[in-house]
Write a protein that binds this ligand. Structure first.
Ligand SMILES: Nc1ncnc2c1ncn2[C@@H]1O[C@H](COP(=O)(O)OP(=O)(O)O)[C@@H](O)[C@H]1O
Ligand SMILES: [Mg+2]
Length: 335
């Protein structure tokens, strides 16, 4: 087994709203990523993917609050560090986060090179402009981006180029963990492909040591990440290799997500399209039993009552459902 770059044990976080209500958006999440590997996180809108990403950085500010759990990056537990140390020592160089819609948040008044200077100065205030410029040029070249972009403002760039530039800026310090939140969702198909190629390139060249790729489209992850985890209502409901998750999903929710979208690249275009009816539960008052029970075609009475534990298997596969593998197989055989 390779070196573990990111290990998360039983992480719980919540928002506290202005009305002083708790929104339990990350519930008991555990995961592990080895050096050189990537993990995809899938789940429909509102299931807690972005909150998990934010929580993983260990840098909490209102309304998001840490409750419990460990976040260990390359052996160092950052969940017990104070926010100031996290900001100075961890963000950007240990773990980098590209937020959803980051490309639209680039400061339009600054040139790209000056945005890169800001990232580097945050960790090394004495860095010289010449060194930064050399590093930026070298990095852009390595990633197949024209170095003229460094002298431009974000408004002069196309959507795809803007997104690739954001990725280059965020990874300039070669972080151990990169979290990319829906990095290709707002782009046209050819720009999406370029973004994904660039992320792979970063991994292959060792410029990032591990990656989390977040999307609402489970099948998209098939060609992008080694492992996939599916989130529902703040919890992890299934985890496995990309191949297993796409071709043999166990949890009824993962199965539903697989049927909801077609991705011809994954060779699964002949699948029947299905729609998951209903909406996810309110995370202010999450259900006692299975959080998916209300929408699940297979649900029986106990599903809404009994607390559902994770079922972990020796090959790293996990799912959270009262049904055994055999029971699920049988149920799916009749679909
Ligand atoms: N700032 C906030 N304050 C309170 N609740 C929030 C806030 N941001 C998100 N939420 C809630 O947290 C849950 C998870 O949201 P989010 O992490 O954005 O999901 P996803 O990224 O999967 O779409 C949702 O119920 C959402 O309404
Ligand atoms: Mg999100």
């Amino acid at each position: 087994m390779g070196k573990i770059m990111l290990q998360v044990n039983n992480l719980n976080t919540k928002y506290i709203t202005r009305q002083r209500e708790g929104v339990y958006a990350v519930n008991d999440v555990s995961l592990k990523i080895e050096e050189g590997k990537s993990l995809g996180i899938a789940g429909e809108s509102g299931c807690g993917k972005s909150t998990l990403a934010l929580s993983l950085m260990g840098y909490y500010f209102s309304p998001l609050h840490y409750i419990s759990g460990d976040i260990i990056i390359d052996g160092r537990n950052i969940s017990s560090m104070n926010p100031d140390d996290v900001r100075k020592q961890v963000l950007g160089n240990e773990i980098a986060y590209i937020p959803q819609a980051a490309m639209n948040a680039l400061n339009p008044t600054q040139k790209i090179i000056s945005l890169i200077q800001d990232v580097i100065y945050a960790h090394n205030p004495k860095a010289s402009k010449k060194d930064i410029s050399d590093l930026a040029k070298e990095r852009f070249e390595l990633l197949g981006l024209p170095s003229e972009v460094l002298q431009k403002h974000s408004v002069e760039l196309s959507g795809g180029m803007k997104q690739r530039t954001v990725i280059a800026i965020s990874t300039i310090l070669s972080p151990k963990v990169l979290i990319a939140d829906e990095p290709s969702s707002a782009l046209d198909v050819s720009s999406q492909k370029m973004v994904i190629k660039m992320l792979r390139n970063l991994m292959e060249k060792g410029l990032i040591k591990s990656m989390i790729f977040i999307t609402h489209e489970l099948p998209l992850l098939y060609n992008v990440t080694n492992d996939i985890m599916v989130m529902y209502a703040g919890q992890m409901v299934e985890k496995g290799s990309a191949r297993e998750m796409v071709f043999d999903p166990r949890h009824p929710y993962s199965k539903g997500l697989m049927g909801a979208i077609i991705v011809p690249e994954a060779g699964i275009k002949n699948r029947k399209l299905t729609v998951i009816s209903g909406t996810p539960p309110n995370l202010k008052h999450p259900p006692e039993g299975c959080r998916y029970a209300k929408r699940c075609k297979l649900a029986r009475t106990e599903c809404s009552i009994q607390k559902v534990e994770e079922r972990n298997f020796s090959d790293g596969r996990m799912y959270r459902c009262l049904y055994s593998i055999e029971e699920l197989k049988e149920a799916y055989a009749y679909e």
